[in-house]
Design a protein around this ligand. Sequence first.
Ligand code: CDP
Length: 224
Amino acid sequence: MSKPIVIAVDGTAASGKGTLAKKLAAHFHFAHLDSGALYRLTALAVLEAKGDPNNPDDALRGAQTIDLTLAGGPSIRTDVIGRAASQVAAIPAVRAALLDFQRGFLARPPGGSPGAVMDGRDIGSVIAPDATAKLYVDARPEIRAHRRWQELQAMGIVRDEGDLLRELVARDLADKTRAVSPLIQAPGAGLLDTSDLGIDAAFAAALALVSPKVEGALKDRHRG
Ligand code: CDP
């Protein structure tokens, strides 16, 4: 059996990386994992247990008791959970507890798929440094804050856009400067700035960056 193909998609909050990762997975018929959901589920477990997301013991217990059935639902998509997710994500024991699940997903993509797309902050740098193709997705902070405002509004949560911008910039800074697995443009990752691109144009640009490597790997697999 040849090694599964991996597309690592990292980037800043609300940069569009999740949408791109899903579309790439659908295009190549690969499995998809939103690794941010694991940190958000951890945060949810901590807050529901009335724990402190900055406390290593509470955060580790949260990571050990995540409920994966909630991964696709709206309860983890709030900005409160996003902030707490960034706090638990800075704790090394939490990252270690979630590592095996992520590596297992890439080693054996569900459904017997020949590959997987995973989006997050440290996929191309830590989880899968030898990924077949890597993307780093970013956009100007004002654009990302507006996108997040729209997402929240669609869920019936009305927030001040200026507050969201401040929170987003603070979360980026925390994610980029933490000691463990900071957000970086991993070596070999193609930069995609989605500021002035709609979803279709951003997807076309993402495909142009990853396709040569992914198509080459698919051909190698067929050759056996
Ligand atoms: O959707 P958004 O980009 O706002 O957030 P997310 O991708 O769901 O991630 C939420 C938080 O989890 C981030 O701010 C990171 O601190 C953390 N995270 C991480 O540390 N490593 C990952 N691979 C994915 C998320």
